[in-house]
Design a protein around this ligand. Structure first.
Ligand code: 3HC
Length: 287
């Protein structure tokens, strides 16, 4: 089965920039697209910082950093994706925004075998597939933040994804990017977020009710269960807007009260307190 050489990444936010970085580090030719020149520059900067971190920690040589940077191009025009063999969509967790991207890719990408992957964690892959004329080529490839550090990828075929697409996507994630792959059915949340989101929302409810402080809740899970970070710190890392969007998709799918976003989360998102990326969430990152 032919290896993937030319990759497109749509969206250079937290996840898209991490996905582009690991693809470039794996030797692939990468084009990264963003909606505006400012967002494109922010993405370029984010990747440069992450690569610099790799060099500082001795995990990456300066030569390999330069080579990875040389394999990446940035654009604001999805028309530049015509020759891509695999595209990973990593835009905001909104069904409307994502389906628009898939419809455009379907028109632009010329290779009939090209794979269209989504990094969604909660929007049905089937809906994204049906936004194209080639649902057999559409699959979920879900990465975890920070993408260069976390080993896992969830592979999510829809009812219409072909066996060939699934095998080639697995080869890409496991063989080329060297990630560990697990497979899940096309249901909102897949494996990890089905377990993680109710946990994060429970921590927010615990804080909201005044039961314990953010610091104590987080310390409880870090020191009591050896988690690398507590649930509120992790929500800040994921982004409160993303956490809310995932919870809403999961609630819409299952109508399970545990998935319903608590008022504190909604109010914080209204207030623009989105976590680490906005400088403040449950904690203050402005300093
Ligand atoms: N890019 C590149 N490398 C990074 C990085 C980044 N953004 N963040 C951390 N690293 C590297 C560091 O360079 C360091 O490498 P070194 O050990 O060789 O020096 C190593 O990772 C550890 O980093 P730090 O020492 O700075 O910090 P920590 O030891 O506290 O680790 C962490 C930071 C990796 C973020 C760790 O706290 C962690 O794993 N937290 C949990 C993250 C998690 O659960 N993510 C999943 C979120 S769910 C998700 O993404 C799904 C979505 O759908 C919501």
């Amino acid at each position: 089965m032919a290896e993937i050489r030319r990759v497109g990444v749509v969206g250079a936010g937290l996840m898209g920039s991490g996905i582009a970085e690991v693809c470039a580090r794996a030797g692939l030719d990468v084009i990264v697209s963003e909606a505006s020149p400012a967002a494109m520059e922010a993405g370029r900067e984010r990747i440069a910082k992450s690569l610099a971190r790799g060099v500082r920690s001795g995990k990456l040589s300066e030569q390999d950093r330069d080579a990875a940077q040389g394999r990446m191009r940035f654009t604001t025009d999805l028309g530049d994706f015509a020759d891509r063999e695999l595209v990973v969509e990593a835009v905001a967790e909104s069904e409307q925004v994502k389906t628009e991207v898939f419809t455009t890719l379907d028109k632009v990408v010329t290779d009939p075998e090209a794979i269209f992957a989504s990094n969604t964690s909660s929007i049905p892959i089937m809906k994204l597939g049906m936004a194209t004329q080639r649902p057999a080529n559409v699959i979920g490839i879900h990465f975890f933040n920070p993408v260069p550090v976390l080993k896992l990828v969830e592979l999510v075929p829809s009812l219409l994804t072909s066996q060939e697409t699934a095998l080639r996507a697995r080869g890409f994630a496991a063989g080329q990017l060297r990630k560990e792959v697990i497979t899940a059915q096309d249901r909102a949340g897949f494996v990890v977020n089905s377990l993680l989101i109710p946990y994060l929302l429970s921590a927010i409810r615990m804080m909201e009710s005044g039961y314990a402080s953010a610091g104590d809740i987080d310390q409880g899970m870090v020191l009591g269960c050896a988690h690398p970070m507590g649930p509120l710190q992790l929500t800040d890392l994921i982004g409160l807007d993303t956490t809310k969007a995932i919870a809403e998709s999961m609630y819409e799918e299952f109508k399970e009260p545990l998935y319903s976003p608590p008022p504190l989360l909604l109010r914080m998102v209204d207030a623009g307190l989105l976590g680490k990326k906005s400088g403040r969430g449950f904690y203050d990152y402005s300093g």
